[in-house]
Design a protein around this ligand. Structure first.
Ligand SMILES: Nc1ncnc2c1ncn2[C@@H]1O[C@H](COP(=O)(O)OP(=O)(O)OP(=O)(O)O)[C@@H](O)[C@H]1O
Length: 283
């Protein structure tokens, strides 16, 4: 659906993007992971046609006049208008359906209340993100690009935005989102691209990529430090959390034994950092 090949862009300050290729497919959620200043926004702006690359091409296979919807940096909203007025205005500007029912449907599709009358400057960051996404969806795009959609959201806001993004993917939209945090991308992306210093340094299906790298897990349960099962794997323990080192295929068996010992496990989370993924790809 979108195929970007060998994109490069430099500013006076240096190389923002170097030889970066990416492919987006219908119904697939792709994540772009990278530290601040890694080149994520530069890539997104190029994909959306907001800036021109020095080298490389972006090919989009779509029958739509505006195949890409995007929220780059902050959603650009009119703070003094309410959600309905914002959407209607953007629909009119973009020549999308702007009648009452269409605008209400757009609001409902992103989980925003249709009857909220106060200006959007009062909205939480999560609600502003949803409204930004509703605006990005106005032209029924094949591709949705979201730049740092989780920034400024609390855990509940993150969880409900992930739910919305997954719902949009079931409508066959190709989705690309960025973050400098592993946790959120890990929860919702089918595929991950890791960018560092403008260069693609790692990529792959999320599960494959992480399974190959994760070797530590943190298990939480009351008094888990006393578990006999965990002793051979233990790296560190506090009363209710134990950090263990093992490969992913051992986890189901270990958890089974821990449960049989009588511990009520409340979570088992892989420990992985962005740094582990920033490993240059083989040439
Ligand atoms: N218009 C510009 N002029 C000069 N340098 C720029 C410009 N835009 C980006 N850069 C530089 O390009 C590099 C990549 O920036 P970019 O905004 O793409 O990174 P990012 O990964 O989106 O970062 P962040 O997570 O902080 O938004 C940075 O070194 C940045 O300073």
């Amino acid at each position: 659906m979108l195929h970007a090949t060998e994109l490069s862009k430099s500013y006076k300050s240096g190389n923002a993007l170097h030889n970066f290729s990416i492919e987006l497919k219908p119904g697939v959620i792709s994540g772009l992971l990278g530290r601040n200043g890694a080149g994520k926004t530069t890539l997104f702006k190029i994909l959306c046609g907001l800036i021109t690359p020095d080298y490389g091409t972006v090919a989009v296979a779509s029958k739509r006049a505006k195949p890409i919807g995007a929220v780059i940096e902050q959603p650009g909203l009119y703070g003094y208008l309410n959600a309905y007025e914002n959407l209607r205005l953007f629909a009119q500007i973009q020549k999308a359906p702007a009648d009452v029912n269409s605008v209400k449907n757009y609001l409902e599709s992103v989980g925003l209340p249709v009857d909220r009358k106060d200006p959007v400057r009062n909205f939480s960051m999560g609600m502003k993100q949803r409204l930004g996404i509703a605006i990005a969806l106005l032209n029924d795009p094949d591709i949705l690009i979201l730049d740092e959609p989780f920034s400024g959201l609390d855990p509940t806001g993150v969880a409900s935005l992930i739910k919305l993004i997954k719902k949009l993917a079931t409508q066959n939209i190709a989705i690309l989102l960025s973050s400098h945090l592993m946790t959120e991308l890990q929860k919702c992306c089918d595929y991950l691209y890791v960018i560092d210093n403008g260069t693609l340094v790692n990529k792959g299906e999320t599960r494959m990529l992480l399974d190959g790298l994760i070797s530590r897990y943190t298990i939480t349960a009351t008094n888990i430090e006393t578990s006999r099962t965990l002793q051979p794997y233990l790296v560190a323990a506090e009363k209710n959390t134990a950090s263990i080192k093992c490969s992913s295929e051992h986890i189901p068996g270990i958890l089974q034994n821990v449960l049989e010992e009588g511990f009520a496990v409340t979570s088992c989370l892989p420990d992985i950092t962005l740094e582990q993924l920033v490993i240059p790809l083989a040439p």
